[in-house]
Ligand binder design. Structure first.
Ligand code: NDP
Length: 444
């Protein structure tokens, strides 16, 4: 039995109740087969895969807090410190009722490779709680965040583990957590990223994931003799990633004709009006029907459907499993050339395979949306220097990082005889750096 299969069996036996973690490990190890097979003897002797699939440590803790009626509530908090071979643990805090050990482990495992791809010194971690901020008052959210940080602060630090936002954890939650960390530790340090601009946050962090997605997409097109100029782009979502992806695509001369939210989608043949979209979503926090009402040529449709619109480039930027096999078939039939993922895991495995097999250039989220975490690492650098860089400085570093990621994943795929398989290239490029560091640091 190959080393990969042996480890997969062991991981399955040990983590049977964590399906998301198993799925992530299987996907990554499967695509690493060429590099593992080529170094099987060394990696087996080092037990490299066993060490890579076992977190350095994980914490699970009680989070009691008092709601507005005076009732005590109890949630479960998590932090998984997966691998710090190349830098302090780094990864977001997800606040959502679905959060459990398996989900945090899956996200932490994936984060190791994504963070490695950025070329910055950050290891992989993830955390969160089964708390739902939706419908809670500001005071309740603060009470939860303070209780959560009262325990979490024992395990994190600017050189140890630097959490960030994720689903349910935005600027408000990061602010409350940062305040509590500071109060307990009496230390002002860059222990969290995604902070407000007045207390150590980075310019361009808000735009980073969407802009970064377009920088890597532009490089992909350029390396295939194409440009963004005049291209029709279809984007899903209307949140942070989608809005800034739309803005940057239009600055590059492309026309973005769709956006969507969890209830419906817009087709605007004149090109999405970003200022209006920001007003509807960021200011009024309203539905997309308000966008359609203000644009005479725009159509609003209930449900999902952006992938049926003819396009050159498709950028899923909403949520997981939103681009299905039938959508992939429609995109191919309509002559779509490239799909790059702004969201995490938006394309199902069968849809990804179909796109790749039918000649669509496909870059997965691990590489394509790494601009967010990369800019978080730039926030860490600014905090350490006690300096703030200008928007242009951060943006130009982000641009270089994304272009470098493209060439790294492209080169890695070519080196192992899988030219054009950017999913495999991303896993290999992310893995190689971590594996080399782990071996150099001995058995630990
Ligand atoms: P937001 O919450 O700002 O936006 C998400 C958007 O997707 C909203 O418009 C939301 O609509 C829509 N949406 C949610 N669920 C569905 C659904 N089932 N069908 C259709 N639309 C849906 O999140 P972000 O933009 O920050 O994140 C989007 C994705 O990008 C996530 O997968 C996230 O993990 C990933 N990501 C984000 C990064 C960042 O820096 N923000 C970094 C790396 C990855 P509605 O408003 O109706 O809920």
């Amino acid at each position: 039995m190959s080393y990969v299969d042996e480890v997969l069996e062991r991981v399955k036996a040990k983590n049977a109740s964590e399906p998301e973690f198993l799925q992530a490990v299987e996907e990554v190890l499967d695509s690493l087969r060429p590099v593992i097979d080529a170094n099987e003897e060394t990696y087996r002797k080092e037990a490299l895969l066993e060490r890579l699939t076992e977190p350095d440590r994980q914490f699970k803790f009680r989070v009691p807090w008092v709601d507005d009626k005076g009732q005590v509530q109890v949630n479960t908090g998590y932090r998984v410190q997966f691998n710090n071979a190349i830098g302090p643990y780094k990864g977001g805090l997800r606040l959502h009722p679905s959060v459990n050990t398996g989900i945090i482990k899956f996200l932490g495992f994936e984060q190791i490779f994504k963070n490695s791809l950025t070329s910055l010194p950050i290891g992989g971690g993830k955390g969160g709680a089964d708390f739902d901020p939706k419908g809670k008052s500001d005071r309740e959210v603060m009470a939860f965040c303070q209780s959560f940080m009262t325990e979490l602060c024992k395990y994190i630090g600017a050189d140890v583990d630097v959490p960030a936002g994720d689903i349910g954890t935005g600027a408000r939650e990061i602010g409350y957590m940062f305040g509590q960390y500071k109060k307990i530790k009496s230390t002002y340090e860059g222990v969290l990223t995604g902070k407000g601009l007045t207390y150590g946050g980075s310019l361009a962090r808000t735009e980073a994931t969407g802009y970064g997605l377009l920088y890597i997409t532009q490089e992909l097109m350029k390396c295939h003799g194409e440009s963004m100029e005049g291209k029709t782009v279809v984007i899903s979502g209307a949140g942070n990633v989608a809005i800034y992806a739309t803005q940057k695509a239009q600055q590059m001369g492309a026309k973005v004709v769709t956006c969507s939210d969890s209830t419906g989608w817009i087709y605007d043949p004149d090109g999405i009006d970003v200022a209006l979209l920001k007003e509807v979503k960021e200011v009024k926090r309203a539905r997309l029907t308000e966008y359609a009402a203000a644009r005479p040529n725009a159509e609003y449709h209930e449900g999902r459907g952006v992938w049926q619109i003819k396009c050159d480039i498709a950028l899923p930027c909403a949520t997981q499993n939103e681009l299905l096999i039938e959508d992939a078939k429609q995109l191919v039939a309509n002559g779509c050339k490239a799909v790059c993922e702004g969201a995490n895991m938006p394309t199902t495995i069968d849809a990804t395979k179909y796109l790749q097999e039918n000649g669509v250039w496909f870059i997965g989220g691990k590489a394509a949306n790494a601009g967010g975490v990369a800019t978080s690492a730039l926030e860490m650098s600014q905090n350490s220097e006690r300096l703030s860089w200008t928007f242009e400085e951060v943006d130009s570093k982000l641009q270089k990082i994304m272009v470098d990621i493209y060439h790294n994943i492209d080169d890695a795929a070519k080196r192992y005889g899988h030219e054009g398989d950017y999913v495999m290239g991303a896993n290999i490029a992310g893995f190689e750096k971590v594996a080399t560091a782990m071996i150099a640091q001995g058995v630990c």
